[in-house]
Design a binder for this molecule. Structure first.
Ligand SMILES: Cc1ncc(COP(=O)(O)O)c(C=O)c1O
Length: 374
């Protein structure tokens, strides 16, 4: 039996989501733009899904645009907010996912000016430092709600209040937060917000972008009238419907306390085993995420050893051209390259059980000592 503790990378399908996919791929083939019954059945499914996804984040369904996932949503929002002519000032953080960091870097290459605010050692970016970076010509602030590696929650609402006052576009990458913590687009004060279905037990290839009504934004694609022209192209109805089912299920957060308790047990057992630092432990973070630096341990080796024993986890390291680079997020938090390379992420889900965590702890006790680098 495999024990899957890499749910921040992606999640297995919820059985109800799978059922909806099976039924809709078989029975609903109509083009949602067609006026006949086949088309109207497809249309209804999409609109129901839009309602459910909107409800999860406190948004009206008409403000939800279906996309292919978090990456597309982030690109659409960032390029869409800065498309107007002229050079603009953009504020972001040093701990963003590449799907935010790279579009921003591309805008910088195109001549826009970018400030990247650092994170504290806790993994949290100080709202005051983001506000200090704002200028009269700041066009866009792009920041995540929860970090994918540490789970640390970022002060989007505090930044949002200031952005609203000053008329600055605030884009929030909520891909990791959605379904794991409660929030609403109103409480965050954001203009656009990204979601991805595969992080909440729905399939890959479908996501959403919330666009607050009245926000001035250009579109990234041109074509038909689908998705209010914000994202043209014939809709993938079964995927959108599956996202709707997952969003409804995600609104029930009753699993979160249980996941946090299992996560805490894992952390305290590791602290008894070896010298560790739990990154983000002192600030608000997602209930399912544990980012642990095991002092003197090779993180990559530990991930491989755990995999061989049936436990799936990940490092934040990026493997480029055969060399494992330390995670830029952990480095931005002030960890040394050695500490970053000794760090492993465990991410739980609503399906993680107490016996699984007990078994994972047993395996860790066995393999951690074998992964010492010095
Ligand atoms: C914080 C964050 N933003 C965006 C993405 C990208 O989402 P997708 O895989 O749907 O493109 C991810 C995926 O890992 C993520 O963790």
């Amino acid at each position: 039996m495999r024990i899957y503790l890499d749910n921040n990378a992606t999640t297995p399908l919820h059985p109800e989501v799978l059922r909806s996919l099976e039924v809709n791929f078989r029975d609903v083939f109509g083009n949602a733009s067609s006026i006949h019954q086949e088309g109207q059945t497809a249309r209804r499914l999409i609109e129901d899904a839009r309602e459910s996804v909107g409800r999860l984040i406190g948004a009206a369904s008409r403000d939800i645009v279906f996309t292919s996932g978090g990456t597309e949503s982030n690109n659409a929002a960032i390029f869409g907010a800065v498309a107007a002519a002229g050079r603009h000032h953009i504020v972001t953080t040093q701990i963003e996912h590449p799907s935010v960091a790279e579009p921003v870097a591309e805008l910088e290459r195109l001549g826009h000016e970018v400030v990247r605010v650092a994170a504290a050692r806790s993994g949290r970016v100080d709202a005051g430092r983001i506000v200090e970076a704002l200028r009269p010509d700041t066009r866009l602030v792009a920041m995540m709600l929860a970090n994918n590696e540490t789970g640390v929650l970022q002060p989007v609402a505090e930044v949002g209040r200031v952005c609203r006052e000053r008329g600055i576009h605030l884009h929030c990458d909520a891909v990791q937060a959605a379904g794991k913590v409660a929030f609403s687009v109103e409480s965050l004060g954001c203009d656009t917000l990204s979601l991805s279905a595969h992080k909440m037990h729905a399939p890959k290839g479908i996501g959403a972008l919330y666009v607050r009504r009245g926000v001035a934004m250009s579109t990234h694609m041109f074509g038909g009238a689908q998705e209010r022209r914000r994202r043209p192209g014939t809709e993938n109805v079964p995927l959108a419907a599956a996202f709707g089912v997952a969003a409804k299920l995600a609104a029930d957060g009753s699993w979160r306390d249980g996941a946090a308790a299992l996560r805490d047990r894992l952390e305290s057992e590791m602290a008894n085993l070896i010298e560790i630092t739990v990154n983000g432990a002192d600030v608000p973070r997602l209930p399912n995420t544990s980012n642990i630096t095991f002092r003197g341990i090779d993180g990559e080796g530990l991930v491989i050893a755990l995999d061989l024993k049936g436990v799936a986890v990940s490092t934040g390291s990026a493997c480029s051209s055969g060399r494992v680079e330390p995670s830029p997020i952990l480095l931005a938090m002030g960890l040394t390259p050695e500490e970053a390379k000794s760090t492993v992420r465990f991410s739980l889900s609503r399906f993680t059980t107490a016996p699984e965590i007990t078994s994972a702890i047993e395996v860790l006790k066995e393999v951690v000592p074998r992964c010492a680098v010095r």
